[in-house]
Design a protein around this ligand. Structure first.
Ligand SMILES: *Cc1c(COP(=O)(O)O)cnc(C)c1O
Length: 359
């Protein structure tokens, strides 16, 4: 089997070892005579996997003890609603920094729950070429929280330094760059991420939230949407997505055994540097629309001189077994998503192809 050279934006490539482990264990999980999918979520076998997944998140991201790690469902989009449902109540308002399509969606969703305002935007002619500088933000010191999207999957921009929001809890959608490197979790009140870019398959949503925020959360909303419900029940209030969490565990194990976060960050930086260099050295042919200081290490976007050349580029890439390079339908162009599970060799193959294609 030739494994596809997969640059999908999400769901995205998974580490081969994590998949092979699932393949080995699929029919007979640890000698139990059945797959992990067929186990009760209240049984010993699944409990071990569940607890290990949470422990690995805590270990790899050095999550402080005063934070809960929750494994939920509904994707990042459900968090667009759950965050304001739990944390926003009158008369307070929430701040949103708009840096792309996802942050706009998060903001719109908050407006269905309560008061929210735009604390900064870098939108120009419907596009976002950068994230804002600290001085551009107009933060409300009374806000219930301030929300950012740390990596803008569609526009290929990323926050490389996080804003200082003082006593206002910083809430971050990290769906497309969670776990690409170590972060200081204590800078955030709440972090959420759909798993399908850097963590595992779709269907699992990771939430890391300060316990004080969970405790202060609203109680006048349905039980299943309260963070406290999941925190009090170790994310076993109802049946969790057991197979997704099992795969998450496998992926996190691969990260740990592959040298941990420092090694992972280095690999990610190397891959991105290689690809951006290939774009910049043919700047009259390939063009990255993102300002240098905002370039994403995860989603590298670029254009070719014409739409015809882009179509040809994609078709030629496909012949070389490279998939997922078409830019998001809303912006066009080319996008190579080079998440944690994309090995350097795939980026080398792309760069080699880019040189040949340009020539
Ligand atoms: C993919 C993505 C989402 C949407 O995630 P779902 O799990 O499909 O709801 C939200 N935010 C960002 C930054 C994303 O990359």
């Amino acid at each position: 089997m030739a494994r596809a050279i997969n640059f999908n934006a999400g769901p995205a490539a998974l580490p081969l070892e994590a998949l092979e482990r699932a393949q080995r264990e699929l029919l007979d999980f640890e000698g139990t005579g059945m797959s992990i999918m067929e186990h009760s979520h209240r049984g010993k076998a699944y409990e071990g996997v569940h607890n290990q997944a949470i422990a690995l998140v805590r270990e790899l991201l050095a999550v402080p003890d005063d934070y809960d790690v929750l494994l939920l469902q509904g994707g990042a989009s459900a968090q667009f609603a759950m965050v304001p449902m739990n944390l926003l109540s009158p008369p307070a308002s929430a701040d949103y920094v708009l840096t792309g399509a996802w942050s706009k969606k998060a903001y719109k969703e908050a407006l269905t729950i309560g008061a929210a305002r735009v604390a900064g935007t870098t939108e120009q002619d419907g596009k976002f070429a950068r994230v804002p500088s600290a001085s551009e933000l107009k933060l409300d010191p009374q806000a219930a929280y301030a929300h950012i999207t740390t990596n803008n999957t569609i526009f290929g921009t990323q926050w490389h330094e996080f804003p200082d929001t003082g006593a206002v809890p910083l809430v971050a959608d990290m769906s497309s760059d969670i776990l690409w490197r170590s972060i200081d979790v204590s800078r955030f009140g709440l972090i959420y991420a759909g798993a399908q870019k850097n963590l595992g398959p779709s269907g699992v949503t990771l939430v890391i939230v300060r316990k004080a925020l969970v405790a202060a959360g609203r109680k006048d909303i349905p039980t299943v949407f309260q963070y406290r419900t999941h925190a009090e029940n170790d994310s076993l209030y109802n049946t969790p997505p057991t197979f997704g969490i099992y795969l998450l565990r496998n992926v996190l194990d691969v990260v740990k055994n592959g040298g941990g976060m420092a090694a992972l960050e280095q690999r990610n930086r190397d891959k991105a540097a290689l690809l951006y260099a290939a774009i910049d050295e043919r700047a009259d042919f390939y063009r990255c629309p993102v300002e240098r200081g905002s370039r994403s290490v995860m989603n590298v976007v670029f254009t070719l001189p014409t739409a015809e050349l882009e179509a040809k580029f994609l078709a030629e890439a496909q012949k070389r077994n490279m998939v997922g390079l078409k830019g998001h339908r809303s912006v066009g162009g080319i996008r190579a998503s080079i998440y944690n599970a994309v090995p350097r060799e795939w980026v080398e193959a792309l760069v080699d192809f880019m040189r040949k294609f340009e020539a």
